[in-house]
Design a protein around this ligand. Sequence first.
Ligand SMILES: Cc1cc2nc3c(=O)[nH]c(=O)nc-3n(C[C@H](O)[C@H](O)[C@H](O)COP(=O)(O)O)c2cc1C
Length: 183
Amino acid sequence: MIKKLIKSRRAIFPAQYNQKPISKGDILEVLDAANWAPTHKKTEPWRFKVLQGEKLVELGVFLSEKYKETTDKFSEFQYNKLRENPTKAACIIAICMQRDPAESLPEWEEIAAVAMAVQNMWLLCTEKNIGAYWSSPGLIKFMGDFFNLKEGEKCLGFFYMGYYDEPSPVGVRRPIEDKVEWL
Ligand SMILES: Cc1cc2nc3c(=O)[nH]c(=O)nc-3n(C[C@H](O)[C@H](O)[C@H](O)COP(=O)(O)O)c2cc1C
């Protein structure tokens, strides 16, 4: 049931991942789910970069060193976390948005379409018992120094993926009644 799946989707973090690899077939299915997100003017603005193995180590080194270079209040804990977290994932998919060159849509619509693609990925991961979450550190503004980003392409974060053994955390939301006005 789709409602049950939606409510059971949780952010599962690197500390919870075990070392089990994720098959290429599963990663491709997750990417295909993303590709079916709705999109205004059919711009299909989602772009993905799949990182595994040594690339995860490289990402950790890049993020931690960029942090050291740019922060004005360095913390050893944060440095180590940035360095190690990527290596705990079986796979990280960098979430990118390619702005339509004609700029026929406001940027927010392109970002919204990418976010819908990410929700598709996250729900399919939930169904496959793959832990996942969207990580969006401030350092993503420097990702053009790590990836070859095209003109108009922006990195919006990282979709971490990894199998996990512990039960999913319990979801918490404030009541929907507080967020709705019936007119
Ligand atoms: C656009 C977006 C960016 C996020 N960035 C982060 C992040 O940088 N760090 C983090 O711990 N969680 C991040 N999350 C995950 C949220 O923390 C998580 O979804 C929220 O706590 C609700 O938990 P649930 O998804 O398990 O219901 C992000 C989620 C979204 C949608």
